[in-house]
Design a binder for this molecule. Structure first.
Ligand code: GDP
Ligand code: MN
Length: 419
């Protein structure tokens, strides 16, 4: 599910014929002030993050002058909302609210439905999870047919929308469904849809995700990394993605686990497959170490992909070690890993005197692979320990070795720099 920011989603709403407030995006307080000046009346300043519930935490603020807009933007741009740093704010005209509604098109994967459903509520503005079940109306969507206006009229009138707004509301609901289809959405929520005092329906907010498997059909929706992603990708994640983007020969996955690496104990983590990932993190966390990144080179990738993943892992400036976690008896030929890691470490270790490396590699062609690692790395200046399947069930032992090498390395460095 590739998420979009509110401001991106709103451009697609507008394109699909749903009105949005007049507004612009700002990344500095000065821009926010200028935009407020151009709008020329009270504005709403809204944090652009991949999270809802911004209203409750002060990440949506009203400003009655450009000066106030500047101040509000300053406060919001410095915030973190649900772990997301705010880098941009949307500055929009403030609407005079008569009433707030909720429109959602979301998938329902339960066996009874197995289709997107259209949700509508007259209790908009709050999180839909907090709205009483009987205040939410629901129609199963026939995807091919969509939701024609006459069906949407039925939905809106069941919700008790007064006659004078019925067609207008039904048109918005029907258009929301069209937009959901046109952009290959997995979620489209307008909450609130605002009825203004002068009788217009305007989308006050927009939460939109698109199916990452359809991202290639939508160059207009700039999805940086078309895969399930918990947050905005970092530069590190982008470089990792380029390894995968056009090369489907096995996986060569690498992404940042944490963006805060100021504390000690982070390890460049290179598991082979999901199971190894779990056992490897377990091995590290039992001894107080932490993975700086996640990775996966399984599905029999070629050596060039594994090499690039290892290089990206080793590029992290604050890591105190490199851990190849091949806790598996894989049917993939592990000598591709051996060759790739020899090449990566031969290039990187001369820059990192005494750098700890624990290399566990088990599986098909294991004997040959361990031989390649031993031969290829024997003259390097690192602290390198190489293990095979005899230790594959001993995460305590492997974690313990990693910690022992890290402690030696720390002592070494302290001696060298006199700290
Ligand atoms: P969320 O909390 O992250 O979902 O952010 P929303 O964009 O939904 O804004 C939260 C709330 O702020 C809305 O439900 C409104 O009550 C209020 N709000 C947002 N835009 C406006 C506006 O233009 N005028 C007024 N009066 N209130 C607004
Ligand atoms: Mn909202």
């Amino acid at each position: 599910m590739a998420k979009l920011f509110e401001y991106e989603g709103k451009t697609f709403l507008e394109d699909g014929g749903i009105a949005i407030p007049n507004g612009e995006l700002a990344s500095t307080v000065k821009e926010a002030r200028e935009i407020a000046g151009r709008i020329g009346k009270s504005v709403v300043i809204k944090a652009q993050v991949w999270a809802g519930g911004r209203g409750k935490v002060g990440a949506v603020r009203i400003a009655d002058s450009p000066e106030e807009a500047e101040k509000a933007a300053g406060a919001i741009l410095g915030m973190e909302v649900k772990g997301f740093p705010v880098r941009k704010v949307l500055v929009e005209e403030k609407l005079d609210i008569e009433k707030e509604y909720y429109i959602g098109v979301i998938p329902d994967s339960s066996w009874k439905t197995r289709a997107p459903v259209v949700l509508f509520s007259t209790d908009g503005g709050t999180d839909i999870e907090d709205v009483l079940e009987d205040k939410i109306l629901r129609v199963k969507l026939d995807y091919v047919r969509g939701l024609p206006v006459y069906d949407a009229i039925d939905l809106a009138s069941r919700a008790g929308i007064p006659n004078q707004f019925l067609v207008q509301m039904a048109e918005v609901i029907s258009k929301a469904v069209d937009i959901f289809k046109k952009r290959d959405c997995t979620i489209l929520e307008i909450n609130p849809l605002i009825l203004t005092k002068d009788g217009k329906l305007i989308a006050g907010d927009c939460r939109m995700s698109i199916d990452e498997n359809a991202a290639f059909r939508h160059p207009e929706i700039r999805v940086a990394i078309p895969r399930e992603f918990p947050r905005e990708p970092t530069d590190f994640d982008m470089v990792g993605w380029w390894i995968e983007e056009t090369d489907f020969r096995g996986s060569g996955f690498v992404m940042k686990m944490t963006v805060d690496e100021t504390s000690p104990g982070f390890i460049g983590f290179h598991p082979i497959g999901g199971g190894s990932g779990m056992i490897g993190i377990d091995a590290l966390s039992r001894v107080g170490l932490k993975p700086a990144n996640y990775a996966d080179t399984s599905g029999n990738p070629v050596a060039s992909k594994i090499y690039r993943v290892a290089k990206v892992i080793l590029s992290q400036p604050n890591i105190e070690g490199y851990f190849l976690a091949g806790f598996m008896i894989a049917n993939q030929e592990q000598w591709h890993h051996a060759h790739a890691i020899v090449k990566a470490l031969r290039e990187e270790l001369p820059k990192k005197t005494g750098f700890p490396c624990v290399l566990l590699l088990a599986g098909n062609k294991e004997r040959e692979s361990l031989q390649i690692l031993k031969e290829g790395l024997k003259d390097l200046p690192g602290r390198i320990e190489i293990y095979g399947s005899e230790h594959v069930e001993e995460s305590d032992f492997i974690g313990g070795r990693m910690l022992a090498l890290v402690e030696e390395y720390r002592k070494d460095k302290a001696g060298r720099y006199g700290v």
